[in-house]
Design a protein around this ligand. Sequence first.
Ligand code: UD1
Length: 439
Amino acid sequence: MEKKIVIDGGKKLYGEVSISGAKNAVLKLIAAALLVEDVCLIHNVPDLSDVETMVDLINSLGAKTKYSKLSQTIEIDARDITNHVADYAYVSKMRASFNVLGALLSRCGESKVALPGGCAIGERRVDFHIKGLQLLGADVNIENGYVIAKSRKLKGADISLAIPSVGATENLMLASIFADGVTRIQNAAQEPEIVDLANFLNMAGADINGAGTPEITINGVARGSLKGIEYSTIPDRIEAASYACAVCAAGGEIVVRDIIPAHLTFFINKMCEIGVKIDAVDPYSLRIKKDKRLKATDLITQPYPGFHTDMQAPVMSVLALADGTSVITESLFENRFMQVPELRRMGADIQQENSRAVIKGVEFLTGTEVKASDLRAGAAMVIAALAARGKSSISNIHHIDRGYEKIEEKFSQLGANIKRVEINENLSDNQIVNSKVLS
Ligand code: UD1
């Protein structure tokens, strides 16, 4: 039965929240485990539907997995990979499945992975992935909606990315681990998730240098030489920023625990600039306090270390309530303002023109029925609903479940009135809001 998140907003948030492992890191670590002809144990694995999809995908390739949600671990035994085809059923559910392309090619000498279509947030092409594999010597063709890559032995090459694409950097790193000689990825993405992937692979025996800088060098090692390891995923900086945004919108004071503050530098500086009080509690925790109306500001999304596109929608919910006019420019994806019409339904004053959104801060938002149009737009809805006066119901929450572990539980611990309710088709949204949230 369909479910919605129902929030009775307008309550300040207080308390502590522990941040889960990073979705965008762990999905790539699972793909990387395909290169290891041994058993790997990954810790700090968040309980998310995207992780389930990735586990199902590698199981379909012949890996044997034990995924324990209780201990937040996955054990992956990739000694026998019996299939090199990633079916459309997985890739259509989750784009990050495309990352097995490079891993399967280097492990099996052949890979066939469904071509991801466009997705909610934009066209999201894969041309850099394909060109990079060709430069490594692979024969790459697109047939019947699948990318088919073949190569008996890849050869190290110099690859320069036109844009520092996260997915292409990761796919090409995975592809070149066993290539002959040296691969250099120039204009590489510098995200913390890239560094996490390189650390995982290096611990297993790969030879990668420069991850976290614009030039990554991979010295090929022998196929079959990687060893099983135990590894802990980095914390999810986007989840951390989303909880911080919730307190910036609703007010109050929370401590965000189990994070790496250095991964959030741009976000922290911006929030401090608009009036949020942020201080370190210890090396892995930040106290976030909002005790007065925040100031408007301008932002442009950019590759790391710039302002993260995945934090754009949550921050828009904060700026919708700020004093003055803010401008957000989205420079990475064509269609990443899907929260705008929903925020307007809550009383926000936002005008969108192509890649620019002009946000005139209002004094308050009002609760209503809204939908999560994609993962981060969904987070923006939760944040706005927590701050809004009255009750909101959020539909399409499967998007939110892709990236936020136990979201109702975590916000309830901070004092929010938030519930997941089953939808009775005979009730209108208004009745759902009025009847169940108070139960
Ligand atoms: C990853 C993240 C996503 C984040 C994004 C940018 C995962 C699972 N997802 O997505 O949450 O928003 O990084 O930080 O980690 N591009 C091309 N051709 C290509 C590849 C990319 O034109 O072959 C373009 C894209 O359309 C986009 C830009 O490059 O405009 C950046 O995309 P990319 O960094 O590749 O994003 P993803 O890896 O898909």
